[in-house]
Design a protein around this ligand. Structure first.
Ligand code: ATP
Ligand code: MG
Ligand code: MG
Length: 553
């Protein structure tokens, strides 16, 4: 296998190994906040961290960053575990920042005792007003020089629930003149009288992200803590906190940043995805139009397609936009290998083969997938009355129209050559039947001279009396512009009103046994999968992706 060139994170790791860091101590984590469902951007981070785990045979933890009880829920924890597993990755430990609340509290007490943290009793507005600007130093809080005893007593009372929300915070005492605004006495704890999905009402002070994240990494002995670029400025604080704690015999985690991945024609932000759900622009987090992993799964995207996409785009040092057609390319490539071919007619018009005996039926052999190493076949019924796609017929057409036209011939896939002789129309002039004749010597695979006869077009079809009616959901992009969150107006004003259309279609009877999640290529029409809304009476299909790129249209 061709050696892939290293990405910049792998270069950092290789350099650490060369400098003597032991390979056995490599350890990674994927740290989602359980405040929503994972999306395609998270898939990049998952593939990066778990990919490093596979490459270096190192453990990877799944860490829930659950420090904000107002927004986090068990439903999201469950969905995140399902999605990471579905992508095919196995975590070493299932961890929660909330498991470290007691340890974090004890370390906070230690900081207070060392004079490195203090209780500030100002309002959040007052604190914000003293922050200064990047070019002007901030002002020190009047509470900055409280005695150790007072700080300890107040912090313990905060923990004991003696105070209302917003009355006090614990701050690190660092430097109100730092050029890095995040170093200007950052908040470590705030009071929140909120129920937490795991610790219930045990705590009413909750650690801030910066105080919890690096310390969680340290507790878990994560060697390389990879996060997105918006945390680059946080690295100094991450390191300052570790400086206060780190025992030199233990691994000191290293934060390194990579660029967020954005996908065109969608949004990748849990907050915005939640808004789409709550305001009913879509029907839930797993709506097949969503950029969530659960939406893509329901749409029929195979996990390997998502992993190949993440590997293809790799990681970058600068934020950038990836065209969704690249993801669709990966989906198509994967499904081409795995999806059985079947016939389905989405916009039917009836064909009557006038020289085929009434009441007769034949079960013809149809290849399941030409990509299979050992070809397999199924039987499809043929009879006098069939459906073909309405767009596959024109009464008159030029020489480049290789489908059916009056006086012209086409081959019906796996079946016979037919010739269109006449049409029947209704009062409005809409064609209701195409009358054809067939060449009965031309059956595919029969070996006769007529079966080998070359005609330009091959059409898919279903036998009307054997076909099953199903619901098909066709999707278009969810947004009408490539970057909905970079426009003048709110992203919601660019939601595509025609992103879903529901039609009724006819499929060959072999599909009757199809189960939720099963995937097929409807020949000439695209890839489709069975939706969870299917019932015993009616199958529902989602269109996963077309057979070729139609973005240009
Ligand atoms: P969101 O804005 O969607 O909530 P987030 O970064 O707040 O995103 P987290 O749950 O904190 O979401 O993310 C878990 C991990 O996934 C983090 O390390 C984060 O940096 C990474 N991540 C999130 N979004 C992207 C993205 N678009 N591209 C790459 N990595 C991402
Ligand atoms: Mg986050
Ligand atoms: Mg977030």
């Amino acid at each position: 296998e061709e050696a892939k060139s290293l990405n910049f994170i792998e270069h950092i790791i290789e350099e650490d190994l060369r400098a003597g860091f032991s390979k056995e101590k490599l350890r990674f984590r994927f740290p989602p906040e359980p405040n929503g469902y994972l999306h395609i951007g998270h898939a990049s981070s998952i593939c990066l961290n778990f990919g490093l785990g596979l490459k270096y045979q190192a453990p990877v933890n799944l860490r829930f960053d659950d420090t904000n009880p107002a927004k986090e829920e068990q439903e999201y924890v469950d969905a995140i575990k399902r999605d990471v597993s579905w992508l095919g990755f196995k975590w070493e430990n299932e961890c929660y920042a909330s498991d470290y609340f007691q340890q974090l509290y004890e370390w906070a007490l230690m900081l207070i005792k060392e004079g490195k943290a203090y209780v500030d009793s100002q309002s959040s507005v007052e604190i914000a007003n003293q922050k200064g600007t990047p070019t002007r130093a901030g002002e020190e809080s009047p509470y900055r020089n409280r005695s150790l005893e007072e700080n300890l007593q107040l912090f313990e009372s905060m923990k004991a629930g003696a105070f209302p929300e917003g009355s006090h915070v614990l701050r690190a005492k660092i430097d109100m003149a730092s050029s890095n605004m995040l170093m200007r006495d950052p908040i470590l704890y705030r009071i929140l009288h909120k129920h937490h999905h795991r610790t219930a009402n045990d705590w009413c002070i909750y650690p801030m992200y910066d105080w919890a994240h690096g310390e969680s990494d340290y507790i878990e002995q994560i060697s390389h803590s990879l996060c997105t670029l918006e945390f680059a400025m946080h690295r100094e604080l991450y390191d300052w906190f570790l400086d206060q704690l780190v025992d030199s015999s233990l691994v000191r985690p290293k934060q390194r940043e990579f660029a967020r991945r954005n996908l065109s024609h969608t949004v990748v932000s849990k907050r915005k995805l939640l808004q789409l759900v709550q305001e009913n622009h879509v029907k839930g987090w797993d709506d097949p139009r969503m950029s969530t992993i659960s939406g893509m799964r329901r749409r029929g995207y195979p996990p390997m397609a998502i992993r190949n996409f993440a590997d293809t785009i790799g990681i970058a040092k600068r934020d950038n936009l990836i065209d969704v057609s690249l993801l669709e390319f990966c989906v198509r490539e994967e499904l081409n290998k795995t999806a059985p071919r079947v016939m389905a007619v989405l916009d039917p018009v009836k064909v009557v083969i006038t020289n085929y005996p009434e009441g007769k039926e034949e079960w013809l052999d149809a290849e399941n997938n030409p990509e299979e190493e050992n070809l397999t076949y199924r039987k499809v019924p043929f009879s006098r009355e069939l459906y073909i796609e309405r767009e596959d017929f024109q009464e008159e057409a030029n020489r480049k129209f290789f489908r059916l036209k009056l006086g012209g011939e086409v081959r019906l896939k796996n079946a016979y050559i037919i010739k269109a002789e006449s049409v029947v129309k209704d009062a409005e002039g809409v064609i209701t039947e195409i009358h054809c004749t067939y060449d009965k010597e031309s059956k595919s695979g029969s070996g006769t001279e007529a079966s080998l006869r070359k005609v330009k077009g091959t059409l898919h079809w279903v036998s009307t009396s054997h076909a099953k009616e199903v619901e098909v959901r066709l999707y278009d992009r969810l947004f009408t512009v490539a970057e909905p969150d970079r426009q003048e107006n709110d992203f919601l004003s660019y939601v595509n009103p025609d992103s879903l259309s529901v039609i009724s279609a006819f499929v060959e009877p072999s599909l009757l046994s199809a189960k939720e999640g099963d995937q097929f290529q409807f020949q000439r029409m695209g890839y489709f999968c069975v939706d969870k809304d299917s019932t015993n009476d009616k199958l529902v299909f989602n269109k996963t992706v077309g057979l070729r790129d139609t973005w240009a249209k």
